[in-house]
Design a protein around this ligand. Sequence first.
Ligand SMILES: Nc1ncnc2c1ncn2[C@@H]1O[C@H](COP(=O)(O)OP(=O)(O)OP(=O)(O)O)[C@@H](O)[C@H]1O
Length: 879
Amino acid sequence: MMAQYLEIKAQYRDALLFYRMGDFYELFFDDAVAAAAALDIALTRRGKHQGDDIPMCGVPVHSAEGYLLTLIRRGFRVAIAEQMENPAEARKRGSKSVVARDVVRLVTPGTLTEESLLDARRHNYLAAYTEVREAGALAWCDMSTGELRVMACDRARLGPELARLMPRELLVPEPLETDLRPLSEELGAALTASARASFDSQSAEGRLCTLYGVGTLEGFGSFSRAELGALGGLVAYLDLTQRGNLPLLRPPVREAAAQVMLIDAATRRNLELTAALAGGREGSLLAAIDTTVTAAGARLLERRLSSPSCVLGEIHARQAAVGLLHQEASLRAELRRALRQVPDMDRALSRLALERGGPRDLAAIRDGLAQAGQIAGLLDPQELPEHLQQATRALGGHDPLLEALDAALVADPPLLARDGGFIAPGHDADLDEARRLRDEGRSVIAGMQADYARQTGITALKIKHNNVLGYFIETTATHAEKMLAPPLSETFIHRQTTANQLRFTTVELSEMETRILNAGAHALELEKQLFDGLRRAVLEAAGIVSACARALAEIDLAAGFAELAASGDWCAPRVDDSRAFDIQAGRHPVVEAALRRAGDSFVANDCTLSPADTDGAAIRLLTGPNMAGKSTFLRQNALIAVLAQAGAFVPAQQAHIGLVSQVFSRVGASDDLARGRSTFMVEMVETAAILNQADARALVILDEIGRGTATWDGLSIAWAVLEHLHDINRCRALFATHYHEMTGLAARLRGVENATVAVREWEGEVIFLHEVRTGAADRSYGVQVARLAGLPEAAVTRAREILTALESGEREGARNPVALIDELPLFAARPAPAPQSPAPKADPVAERLAAVHPDDLSPRDALALLYELKALSRPPSDP
Ligand SMILES: Nc1ncnc2c1ncn2[C@@H]1O[C@H](COP(=O)(O)OP(=O)(O)OP(=O)(O)O)[C@@H](O)[C@H]1O
């Protein structure tokens, strides 16, 4: 057996080998050590190899999926070797023969299909990248839904594209492995290098033609050599991991790079589009706006948010669909109610194609098609915009398949075909007959128990069943003497004695057992044949079934967007090919939702970026204190652009957006210790990427660029970056900065305008109004914010002194302000209050409370006191 194990293992060196032995998958040698540690299971030993103990661990087959998931998440790949025959078959070849085993599947992060291993609301992409001469191409597929796409993609664009797709696994030809490892690590995708030959474009073409059963690929579009190479590499890998059992892939769709908004990895992170900065979906834009009610709808939403469109026709078509469902509230509600009953047909279909599906997957197709029919009935094609008309057309036309499934299946079938019980009674006469024999046998056994009890006079006698003995008769040990002596011992054949029980069989019982078993096995066999027939029927209709699933996802997303717009008071944005960016009363959907939960309200803000000339830049330079809401304002405008081009309504009163081709968002000095770069280096690398790439249709959001270095360096860099955006990139940009010196640029550069976030000062403290106004901030209020944050009073006082000295030094043209500070006494020596700011008043609430004797208060006095305290705690009203 070990020889067989080692032979198989030699073919899968880079994977853990799950070696099937009866009811367990066993792992040996280093695999066992690694898996036992990763799974936190016991490591044992079994036999010896070359004189050493062989480490071993194992997982039960019935619970293997959970263990698989843990291993895949930890970055392992797992080869599953099954028994290809039963021990009896092996023995026919000789008493020492080892049961034949072979790998049936290589499980990798990008090739999962099991429901329990996948996140229903997210795609699970496997991507392949290759280069032919100078040209690169990226292909990707979601094996669990059959989606397959490809695009031309050079090395510079690869990062943003992968950031958009977030594949679980990236496949590259071996020569590119070293170059692309940092990128895949940054994105958290497992990198798999395959032989260069599997990316060869010529053999790829042949492989794809065979896959789709066509003579030429021309019907699907014309693909470059690099695109064919990437597709071929991907399909070859699927072939390898699925051991020839290829998934149901839809024909490849060619995606043109210019059709989607380019958003690079840093921008996605920063805007928290699909994942929050803290990690995970919670807190992201996706989580805040996901009002879809089906898993396929949620996946479509993620796709749309990750790749907003740049094609006006497409954007308008999606908006029209949302617009109609926004208007028709009762239709929307009915549709959403019906959609809630739609199962995940895409994933059921792919499991059926891979022979991993069960009766529940057939039922998912049945229920999905039935619901699609209901939903079609709610929609009148005459009244619909084109986008919904198209979707509605795909919902019908499945009657024969639906009828077949409906007639054959029980309402709520089990997960696995193995145990039967999913074909409805009355569907197949042979099956009904086999089941009748099996079930009658069971009732005959019940009758036998009564007979035996009578015959022996033991009323507690039972007929039971277990996997070792089959059916047996059981009495308590107290009846041993009677049962083991004639005449009873002539009928009752002793099988087993346990601590308290005696077990017997009879000739009659054995015969009945054989009959039941035969009838049961026959029934199971018949059900399996019927399952295969239904599975074939579904796969023959796979094209239209998956078109129907896509249509349902489109309707779900449009209805979800409409719901969002209606409940959040969002508006339909006007998107055209101008370079306008004019948002009236815009809001940040995630911050707004968080504030609402805390009982606060969000202050809406306008944002108009108006280019001075048709091809000039339009930049808003935003100054204002920390915590005033600058970052929120910056991001909300980028999110509004993303949402508008994803086809959604936007959180604003009115919005006019000229097509945005690229969005860039950077925050100064965000740490990236994981990548081993200094804070400032990251900031500069990211800023460089913007200045080198942003075109005139780009929207750039820069938040305190330059803050990661010394003041003058930082100011100079921020200054030069803004000038570059203005003169060379000529794009639309929002630029938040602490460098007040820069506000002078508005007077010098056409198209640059100052804006500030308003605050009010009250008794030495700042009150944030969160209102963006035109004009420049007068000062930073940094010291006040530091005080709010709880910096010790002595440090705050000292900071005020230094600030005053610096400011007066600057005013008076002192050459070396540091010298001025040196003259100030240190706070350790003199923790004096700041002379400039009014001394904080004693707290009137505390004073009043100190004078109160609670025991002396009547209930009425207490209430009056409460009002009084509330009045005392209120700041003076806005002048
Ligand atoms: N428009 C708004 N309406 C209400 N509250 C807001 C608004 N904008 C921001 N806030 C609140 O203010 C907090 C700080 O906002 P934000 O991080 O945008 O400030 P900032 O000016 O960028 O600060 P810093 O310069 O320190 O990064 C937010 O967490 C939010 O609670």
